[in-house]
Design a protein around this ligand. Structure first.
Ligand SMILES: NC(=O)c1ccc[n+]([C@@H]2O[C@H](COP(=O)([O-])OP(=O)(O)OC[C@H]3O[C@@H](n4cnc5c(N)ncnc54)[C@H](OP(=O)(O)O)[C@@H]3O)[C@@H](O)[C@H]2O)c1
Length: 275
């Protein structure tokens, strides 16, 4: 357990709140007695206490008195209410991390007052199984200690990178929406296997493990994907024949455009104030 990160409070015990709780405890970042989750629904609080042996609270003020690091994991529409609730309690020695999609650093900093360090994080759903891709942006009062805290927490549920805040929309378009793109590809690969006579369940496992394995190869070796592709492409062989079909169908351009369009959409929604 680190000197920098002794206790964590999570506002919101929903899908993300639970995923973070599981990851934090599995990584041994803090013990269950040093983790508190606030949650409005009593049955949900009881469930989280039973499942993880953590403390819970029905509002957010106890979290602030308890934790050096606070994670705001409530829906974006609720963030304003939570900020108003904790504003007079939170101190500059604490780190406030928000995962609320589309809620800017400036809004949170204003809501908490001068000097409180804020970090904004965009995680994605595979964090629920410990394989998330998260990007964070530091607010103007955040320093190395806050960065240490945010990295430790989100490394417990996957991989973490830092970007400047304006790039978080591109993160939304790539890793935020990305799992859905990959599910579409997976389904299509499995359909291809079924077309060629493989049973559906066998085909799906082969497709999913292939995508997982290819991603793991890239992350473990640090090799360029083009080089990894060339390594499995025998001249005149089966892979070369398959790749030609994908190139003719402009799959690269389609994926690039998907990320660009999703990024633009994230910007549009933010401008309309719907995120
Ligand atoms: N899920 C993802 O993959 C993902 C990815 C990126 C970002 N995010 C962000 O993560 C945040 C949480 O998402 P989620 O999917 O975990 O949502 P969720 O499952 O709806 O979780 C939010 C939880 O907070 C509770 N809550 C509501 N008001 C509260 C309050 N005032 N104090 C404490 N708890 C309160 C909700 O209870 P009720 O259900 O009773 O309202 C719910 O259990 C969102 O801001 C979202 O934008 C999520």
């Amino acid at each position: 357990m680190s000197q920098e990160l002794k206790s964590i409070g999570i506002a919101g015990g929903g899908a993300m709140g639970e995923a973070l709780t599981r990851g934090i405890l599995a990584a041994g970042l803090v013990s269950p007695s040093d983790l508190m989750v606030s949650e409005v629904r009593a049955e949900r609080r009881a469930e989280l206490e039973r499942r993880f042996g953590i403390r819970t609270a029905s509002d957010n003020v106890p979290l602030v008195g308890f934790a050096d690091t606070l994670i705001l994991a409530v829906k974006p529409q609720v963030i304003g209410t939570v900020l108003a609730e904790i504003r007079s309690h939170v101190k500059p020695s604490q780190t406030v991390i928000s995962i609320a999609a589309g809620v800017g650093l400036a809004f949170i900093e204003q809501g908490l007052g001068e000097g409180v360090p804020v970090v904004r994080v965009m995680p994605n759903t595979p964090a629920l199984v410990g394989a998330g891709a998260s990007a964070y942006s530091l607010g103007r009062f955040a320093g190395p200690r806050d960065e240490y805290r945010v990295r430790a927490i989100f490394e417990a549920v996957g991989r973490v990178v830092q970007v400047e805040e304006p790039l978080l929309d591109a993160v939304t378009g790539l890793s935020g929406s990305g799992p859905a793109y990959v599910y579409l590809v997976l389904e299509a690969l499995a359909d291809g296997g079924v077309c060629m006579g493989l049973p559906r369940d066998v085909s799906l496992v082969l497709a999913a493990q292939t995508v997982y394995g290819a991603a793991k190869m890239l992350l473990d070796t640090g090799e360029h994907p083009g080089r990894l592709k060339d390594m499995v492409t025998t001249p005149g062989g089966t892979t070369a024949a398959g790749l030609l079909v994908l190139e003719k169908a402009a799959v690269r351009a389609a994926l690039q455009e998907a990320v660009a369009r999703a990024t633009e959409k994230a910007r549009e929604i933010k401008q309309r104030g719907e995120l």
